[in-house]
Design a protein around this ligand. Structure first.
Ligand SMILES: Nc1ncnc2c1ncn2[C@@H]1O[C@H](COP(=O)(O)OP(=O)(O)OP(=O)(O)O)[C@@H](O)[C@H]1O
Ligand SMILES: [Mg+2]
Length: 353
């Protein structure tokens, strides 16, 4: 068990204790005999000497061992009761095998405490997460249930309502689909399971690709989606798929939380505060965010206007996913917004060269 010393430590301790005991015993017997107490026989000398040696050796053992054994017992009891107060703060100076045991025990206590804290955090996260999920799943499920019940109650034969009810039910099914995908993503991100595979990527290519793919959504909402001036040579270190995910979430938000005929612009330029990085920004001319809501929009399931977000199919996970992905890249999301005028969501990435 001990890693600090081997059998030598045992002999060291045993030798030290027996030497002290023998020495003390020898001195006592020697002086008793030497003083020649006349009325006592040799057997009585030996008897007294034995009693004295027993007492002395008990005290010596107590001095060297018992205090520390008690310490080990206390540590084990505290470990069993999961109490970890100041167990590992003591220092030991004898450097024998008992100290090794105590040091090993302290290490065990420390790692057990850390592991328990980690498990507690995970458990709390799991509980909260399950609560949030069931809450979020209820809305689309109840909506689908309502549409189907109405259809079964007779609306199925009414040409005016059946198609529109089925379309509404379908929209909620799509929402459930996206929600389950995002939930898996966020649980991986929040428990630290998802890793970023950093590669050199040409920023303009990825941005153009994402913007092309989202153009139809922008058109549907009468929003102009465009790319600002971006140097085609800029290469950054990023996980390609995760960078796409960040851009999709930010641009989709720019489209969703915009005003009719609004604009969304994506730009990228060398970061003035640190030229080894590139600043990517998604700017919209939309609703804007109140200063008090800015720190909260990256929280899981946080939506400023719940009914508007739901109507747009939002479950409040997008920005939380963005935040975690950026953290995995060692970066942060920067939000600037003026209510009723628009918002800019920016982040930096390390340049590839
Ligand atoms: N560009 C923006 N302008 C104004 N408000 C925004 C903008 N982006 C996000 N928000 C607000 O922040 C909230 C959280 O955004 P987030 O992207 O996390 O969730 P969502 O868009 O509601 O749903 P999801 O992204 O999961 O589909 C939104 O519901 C909205 O209220
Ligand atoms: Mg979103």
């Amino acid at each position: 068990m001990s890693t600090n010393s081997g059998n030598n430590a045992f002999f060291y301790l045993a030798f030290r204790i027996s030497l002290v005991i023998s020495l003390v015993a020898f001195i006592i017997i020697f002086f008793t005999l030497w003083l020649h107490i006349p009325k006592i026989t040799a057997f009585q000398y030996a008897f007294i000497a034995t009693i004295v040696i027993l007492i002395v050796s008990y005290e010596v053992v107590r001095y060297f061992i018992q205090k520390r054994i008690t310490r080990i017992e206390t540590a084990l009891i505290q470990l069993a009761n999961k109490q970890f107060e100041e167990l590992y703060e003591e220092t030991y100076i004898r450097k024998d095998e008992l100290d090794d045991v105590i040091i090993d025990l302290n290490k065990t206590v420390l790692s057990t405490e850390k592991e328990l804290q980690r498990l507690n955090r995970l458990e709390n996260y799991r509980k909260e997460f399950i609560g949030d999920i069931s809450h979020e799943l209820k809305t689309p499920i109840f909506a689908i249930q309502g549409f189907i019940e109405t259809l079964l109650d007779g609306a199925l034969h009414d040409e005016r309502v059946n198609r529109s009810f089925l379309e509404k039910a379908m929209r909620n099914v799509t929402r459930l689909n996206i929600l389950t995908r995002d939930l898996m993503e966020i649980s991986k991100l929040e428990t630290g399971e998802l890793r970023s595979d950093l590669q050199s990527v040409t920023l303009k290519d990825i941005i153009s690709d994402v913007v092309d793919n989202l153009q139809y959504k922008a058109n549907n909402e009468s929003i102009t989606l465009k790319i600002g001036n971006i140097d085609p040579k800029i290469e950054v270190l990023a996980d390609r798929n995760q960078l796409r995910q960040i851009l999709i979430n930010l641009i989709e938000n720019g489209i969703k939380y915009n005003k009719p005929n609004g604009q969304v612009t994506v730009t990228a330029r060398i970061y003035p505060k640190n030229p080894t990085k590139t600043l990517v920004s998604v700017t919209d001319t939309g609703l804007g965010i109140e200063p008090r809501d800015i720190p909260r929009v990256t929280e899981r399931f946080y939506r400023i206007d719940k009914s508007r977000a739901r109507e747009k199919g939002g479950s409040g996970l997008g920005l939380s996913i963005v935040k975690h992905i950026l953290e995995a890249h060692g970066e942060q999301l920067i939000i600037d917004s003026i209510i009723n005028q628009g918002s800019t969501f920016s982040f930096t990435l390390q340049n590839a060269d």
